[in-house]
Design a binder for this molecule. Structure first.
Ligand SMILES: [Fe+2]
Ligand SMILES: [Fe+2]
Length: 335
């Protein structure tokens, strides 16, 4: 049987599982209302163009990068929907799910933008120019089949949950004494909870697909792990922002390996112990295990380098403080 035919059969066999998972989603993902999370009374007039001052909402630059990238990524929703529509089709539960999913995702950019504007955490002109650039380009990952799509979206929804949650926690810390800090944490955390429900849907759909036909699914897992990239490449300054986000521990390779590949691919999907694989799937498994190991080694190396750099920066700061203390002591010593 050709791969395309096997994939079509698999989608057909997965239909009752998708129906069950959609109902589980309805039972667990309760409605929520973005406007209830926004501290509207904190809103103020914007200064004229060119006079927006980051010091008016003091935040570390990397946190601004995370807010900017997270929000613009959510803005690109029409193109993700386009991909899902192409992969899942417009029949029955597949259409029902992709429509429900798009309805839930649409409130993420709305909620995050309301917060960004009320808090003035981002330059609104830069944000709007970024949105126009990102959406005019419409760059999104384009998995080649529905099965590749299930795998990619499982990894990506979890990655997005991690990035949102860490952004929320960092914001709460950075603005601990300000009502916007707590409000920002709550709204971003609520968005992250939606992403978690989406992740569970796709993860469990992939689990069921693995039970039905592991020889079709395993090569898809290998392809998606090998080529995985967070969406957002069309965002102006994406590489610079992504580096800042990684450095701040909001989302980096260490988390990708330790919080996504290990728990989902290795532990949940049990790729090491799958049985009855075709020769092609067996080769894909070997390549996948090597790839995950390589990512783990690289992630550990980068994490160690980041720790060393942090220690060095701390040392420099302490030495500068000691030097300053000594200078003050010299100046105040009675002659
Ligand atoms: Fe989202
Ligand atoms: Fe999502």
């Amino acid at each position: 049987m050709s791969t395309a035919l096997a994939e079509r059969d698999l989608l057909h066999e997965l239909t009752p599982v998708a129906e069950q998972l959609v109902h589980r989603h309805y039972d667990t993902c309760k409605p929520w209302y973005p406007h209830e999370y926004i501290p509207w009374s904190e809103a103020r007039e914007f200064p004229p163009r060119g006079q927006w001052n980051p010091a008016d909402t003091p935040l570390p630059d990397e946190l601004r990068s995370a807010l900017f990238v997270n929000l613009l990524t959510e803005d690109n929703l029409p193109y993700y929907y386009h991909t899902l529509d192409r992969l899942f089709g417009r029949e029955g539960v597949w259409r029902e799910w992709s429509h429900r999913w798009v309805a839930e995702e649409a409130r993420h950019s709305q909620a995050l933008r309301d917060f960004a504007l009320v808090s003035q955490a981002l330059d609104p002109w830069e944000l709007e120019d970024g949105r126009m650039a990102q959406m005019s380009g419409g760059q999104v990952p384009n998995p080649r089949s529905a099965v590749d799509g299930f795998v990619y979206v499982s990894l990506q929804e979890l990655a997005t949950r991690i990035a949102h949650r860490n952004t929320g926690k960092s914001l709460q810390l950075a603005m601990a004494d300000h009502p916007l800090g707590q409000a920002g944490y709550q709204i971003i955390n609520r968005v992250a909870t939606d992403e978690n429900f989406h992740f569970l849907f796709y993860r469990d759909l992939t689990t069921a697909a693995l039970e039905i036909n592991p020889s079709v699914v395993l090569p898809a897992i290998e392809r998606q792990v090998r080529d995985f990239a967070m969406p957002g490449t069309g965002i102006p300054g994406f590489r610079r922002h992504a580096e800042a986000i990684a450095k701040a521990g909001i989302y980096n390779l260490d988390q990708h390996h330790g919080q996504i590949l290990q728990p989902v691919v290795m532990t949940w999907w049990k790729v090491e112990s799958l049985q009855n694989l075709s020769a092609e799937a067996e080769a894909a498994r070997e390549a996948l295990l090597r790839q995950i190991q390589r990512i783990g080694t690289l992630a550990r190396r980068l994490a160690e380098r980041a720790r060393d750099a942090k220690d060095r920066a701390k040392d420099v700061k302490e030495r500068a403080r000691d030097a300053k203390d000594r200078a003050v002591a010299r100046r105040t010593r009675p002659s």
